[in-house]
Design a protein around this ligand. Structure first.
Ligand code: 13P
Length: 266
């Protein structure tokens, strides 16, 4: 299933529209940066309004969050799931804290994605460009069982952001996880992969694929084109800008639903 990091109401509504257009389920996610800049209360209200007449299932997820206070806020607000990012902790601390987060979230019916080995790249200010913690698949699965989390986000050779060379992708590692555990596997760093690369990961058993940078680039390039037109025509109409950005983001998302095979499946 596709999971898109939205940045505001324009991108949020565009993803909901795309999911309905493609009849695909979708996960809307927000970085801690976005959750803090909009505010958890307003973001929750925006989401509730945007999905009120949706014909397809839409979940609201908190992406990479090492800060347990923000997790407590979104759990209280009734989001669908959170990614507790413990990849900056040592293994023992990561397991203990992941268990505490899972107990809190599960008490409210909320799912927990877990990252304990760091996925390379910085996502909205969270993460690192160097591998700090790397474990065997067996160790990651044992940690997931010990902490009781629901989804595993392992290192699969991808990175957040734009790739400057071709990454050494590890679909065979996703397959190894599937053989060791029933817990769904999450692929981070989706921007820049080819259709064949996505399909190799999906065939290997990946369940959730995260897209952030592609949405930001689509959003900003569309805004730039729209503003250039305003400059030429000297007509400065904000709703036209919002509609053009929303249309571009919607088209981008429909493309991913088709590649991932979730179109028509809601
Ligand atoms: P990209 O920014 O590479 O699309 O990665 C998104 C992601 O994994 C968000 O957690």
């Amino acid at each position: 299933m596709a999971a898109f990091n939205v940045v505001d109401d324009v991108s949020l509504r565009a993803i909901v529209a795309a999911a309905n257009r493609a009849s695909s389920p979708v996960i809307i996610q927000a970085s801690v940066k976005t959750a803090k800049s909009i505010g958890v209360g307003l973001l929750t209200a925006m989401f509730d309004a945007a999905v009120s007449d949706s014909r397809v299932p839409v979940a609201l997820h908190l992406d990479h969050c090492p800060d347990r206070r923000v997790i407590e806020d979104v759990v209280a607000a009734g989001w669908s799931s959170v990614l507790f990012d413990a990849s900056n902790r040592d293994l023992e601390t990561a397991i203990r804290e992941s268990r505490e987060v899972a107990e809190l979230a599960h008490a409210h019916g909320i799912g927990v994605e877990s990252e304990i080995e760091n996925i390379v790249g910085v996502e909205d200010g969270v993460g690192s460009d160097v591998i700090a913690h790397a474990y065997s698949a067996q160790q990651v699965v044992e940690a997931a069982q010990a902490s009781g989390i629901d989804l595993i986000a392992p290192q699969l050779g991808t990175a957040h952001g734009v790739y400057h060379g071709r990454p050494k992708l590890l679909p065979e590692r996703a397959r190894e996880f599937r053989a060791l555990s029933d817990k769904p596997i999450v692929l981070h760093g989706g921007t820049g992969l080819t259709t064949q690369e996505f399909q190799a990961f999906i065939e290997a058993g990946v369940s959730k694929i995260n897209i952030s940078t592609e949405l930001k680039m689509t959003y900003m390039k569309s805004a730039l084109a729209s503003l250039r037109r305003c400059e030429q025509t000297q007509e400065w109409d904000p709703p036209t800008l919002f509609n053009e950005i929303g249309g571009a983001v919607e088209t981008m998302a429909v493309g991913f639903f088709e590649i991932f095979g979730s179109a028509g499946r809601a």
